[in-house]
Design a protein around this ligand. Structure first.
Ligand code: ADP
Ligand code: MG
Length: 338
């Protein structure tokens, strides 16, 4: 990411907001496949998403990040657990147990943006129709209100009114991601899952899209789950971070606390593996060795123990639970002397 952009006021330095929970995830599981060894993509995950925050979700490829995003938007159905959704003043609804038809009215409130916007845009549809289709699905901005709303959406994501008449192939990658964001915003969501929204973009464009997301979130009072493997962007954009490994939560902390003093050996390894431009700042901890174990056959006890530089015999039999070691800072390792 562009250093000049990152020096500007980061969103996480804004005044703290009311800290109500928008979504409370409890004991969430998603197993793919049946039989004795299903793929445990998400295995007993619990964390909260607070109203108005940007929560980062990080972890290596295959750790279950996208599956959590897809569960929250009910693109896949959970195996077990709860996802309690409580927008302002309303009583909680469990997104996990709603049928698809019960979930339909909530679909506009809970949106997802994908890595590759091109794959999800119909190449034969003009942008006005892409956005119009989203509006139609939820009966919004009908008749004479239609085109002004489409122009407003385009303006919100930094595109121009005349772009409404163009087709997806006429846009650059960054512009297509802006269209993906406009389509998500069209239905007036409260909560957006952004699943690696920058991965398909040129580095030079990434900062613009990050800033756009940060601005829109403030302006529209959105709550954002930002899934990424780019730890620099997460540090810049997110208020808090959840660290996932092999379908389990290893650490949850406010962003500044996680980056200044990561507690879990996995988080420390992840941060050490990320490129840090200033050599004086480079953290001196071992990098991750080997590959992620199979989520169909995870290690007993602490699932990270097979790659952990600090593993001991007791880690193989431990039932690791998250512990709060500082206010709001949780981790799932029993050592505190790292
Ligand atoms: P991430 O987004 O962190 O890379 P994913 O959530 O995509 O991780 O995947 C977590 C695990 O679940 C991986 O082992 C992946 O192969 C598996 N997985 C994801 N989706 C499916 C599916 N539809 N069927 C079977 N396995 C899946
Ligand atoms: Mg993914």
């Amino acid at each position: 990411m562009n250093a000049a952009v990152m020096e500007r006021d980061a969103p996480q330095q804004a005044q703290p907001r009311a800290q109500k929970n928008l979504i409370e995830i409890k004991g969430l599981r998603k197993y793919f496949g049946k039989g004795t060894h299903p793929v445990r993509a998400v295995d007993d995950v619990s964390f909260v998403i607070r109203q108005g925050e940007t929560l980062g979700l990080v972890g290596e490829s295959g750790s279950g990040k996208s599956t959590i995003g897809r569960l929250l938007t009910r693109l896949v159905d959970p195996t077990d657990g709860q996802m309690l959704y409580s927008p302002d003043g309303d009583k909680a609804q469990d997104l996990a147990t709603l049928s698809q038809s019960q979930f339909r009215p909530l679909r506009s409130k809970v949106q997802i943006i994908f890595q590759d916007p091109y794959a999800s845009l119909n190449p034969r549809m003009r942008i006005r129709d892409v956005l119009g289709e989203a509006l139609d699905t939820h009966g919004l901005a009908k008749g004479a209100a239609r085109m002004p709303r489409i122009h407003e959406l385009l303006a919100q994501v930094g595109l121009r009114s005349e772009h409404a008449d163009r087709f997806p192939h006429e846009f650059s990658g960054g512009q297509r991601q802006r269209i993906g964001i406009a389509r998500a915003l069209a239905v007036e969501p409260k909560f957006i899952v952004a699943d690696e929204p920058l991965s398909a973009l040129d580095v030079s464009i990434q900062a613009q899209v990050v800033n756009l997301l940060g601005e829109l979130k403030e302006k529209l009072n959105l709550t954002l789950l930002f899934i990424s493997h780019d730890l620099d962007v997460v540090e810049y954009l997110c208020d808090r971070v959840v660290v996932l490994y092999l379908g389990r939560v290893m650490e949850i902390a406010p962003t500044h606390s996680l980056y200044a003093a990561p507690k879990h050996p996995y988080t420390r390894a992840l941060l050490a593996a990320a490129p840090i431009p200033d050599p004086a700042q480079r953290r001196v901890v071992p990098l991750l060795q080997g590959d992620l174990p199979s989520p169909a056959n995870p290690p007993s006890g602490c699932v990270f123990r097979t790659r952990c530089p600090r593993a001991e015999a007791r880690c193989a039999s431990a039932d690791m639970q998250l512990r709060e070691v500082q206010p709001g800072h949780w981790h799932a390792c029993w050592r505190d002397d790292l």
